[in-house]
Write a protein that binds this ligand. Structure first.
Ligand SMILES: O=C(O)CCC(=O)C(=O)O
Ligand SMILES: [Fe+2]
Length: 294
């Protein structure tokens, strides 16, 4: 199972950055407590906006241990208490590149696959499991989780808007768990609410080719100039559950703290293959009875 993203490519229509909307904080009404028997409001939030945010899901011990592990994986010259040292070349799962040229974002993925305690933080968390089960009906244990994805501040100008992408169809519900507090403008997961429903048709027509077909790229660009993105701050232990077709990105970090997060993916089966559906079909075909009947 290979994780690939549909990042914006140069063939996307050129639109000036000034035509894009800056992100706003997610409305409070979309943030809920850790009760796994989801309320009607939570179901409505997931269906309408493509996300559900729940606080107090991860334990403090798990969060602390994962953050410690992340610092061990970072270059030795990175001192946790000295933001001035957070610069220079960083090697992660994908590339060796300067922190600045990677916009502050680092992905530790394959290097953690043999550490079952990292997998367990997401895949064995009962509140995550129950929540995903309410959305999907049945959930398969994931083969692995994505990993630890810190986002560092690197001085990105405040006027630069976030740029969205969509992920490949190897999962149905993604999770982003905050291992430390994520302040506003602190690199929080950022979503284009409602874009999952608009992209359903595109994916149904074109599948999930990599690179994406120009029509899908063009639709992402169109939605980007129409939909105001929501940035999601949150305290330690918060988990964001998001729909696989949702346009999203990491937020640019403009604080003095690292955005510390653990990411995972869930599906009804592994491997998961999207059902054959037509562009006019119900985007919730195959989801749980609770989702379909709400
Ligand atoms: O780190 C994040 O907040 C988002 C990561 C992401 O979108 C991805 O890796 O596909
Ligand atoms: Fe992504």
């Amino acid at each position: 199972m290979k994780l690939r993203n549909l990042f914006r490519k140069p063939q996307a229509p050129a639109v000036s950055d000034s035509s894009y909307l800056p992100s706003i904080p997610i409305p409070d009404a979309c943030v809920f407590g850790n009760e796994p028997n989801l309320s009607d409001a939570e179901i409505a939030c997931f269906k309408t906006h493509g996300i559900l945010v729940k606080t107090d899901i991860l334990s403090e011990d798990d969060c602390r241990r994962a953050v410690d592990r992340c610092w061990e994986l970072l270059p030795p010259h990175f001192n946790r208490d000295e933001p001035d040292t957070w610069q220079g070349m960083v090697k992660d799962c994908c590339v060796t590149k300067s922190l600045h040229s990677r916009n502050g974002r680092v992905k530790f993925r394959e290097c953690l696959r043999s550490e079952s305690w990292v997998y367990d933080i997401v895949a064995q968390n009962p509140l995550i499991g129950k929540t995903v089960a309410v959305l999907l009906g049945t959930v398969a244990p994931p083969n692995h989780i994505r990993g630890l994805y810190p986002v560092f501040p690197v001085g990105i100008p405040s006027e630069r808007p976030p740029g969205p992408h969509t992920d490949m169809q190897i999962f149905q519900v993604g999770t982003v768990g905050y291992l430390e507090e994520v302040a506003p403008h602190g690199g929080g997961f950022t979503v284009w609410p409602g874009s999952h429903l608009r992209l359903h048709e595109q994916f149904a027509f074109n599948g999930c080719t990599h690179p994406p077909v120009p029509e899908l790229m063009a639709e992402v660009e169109r939605l980007r100039s129409e939909i105001q993105p929501w940035e999601i701050p949150g305290r330690r232990g918060t988990v964001i559950f998001w729909h696989h077709r949702l346009m999203h990105t990491y937020g640019f970090n403009r604080t003095k703290r690292v955005r510390q997060a653990i990411l995972g993916d869930f599906a009804q089966t592994t491997p998961w293959a999207p059902p054959d559906f037509s562009p006019s079909s119900d985007p919730w075909d195959g989801w749980s009875e609770r989702i379909r009947s709400s």
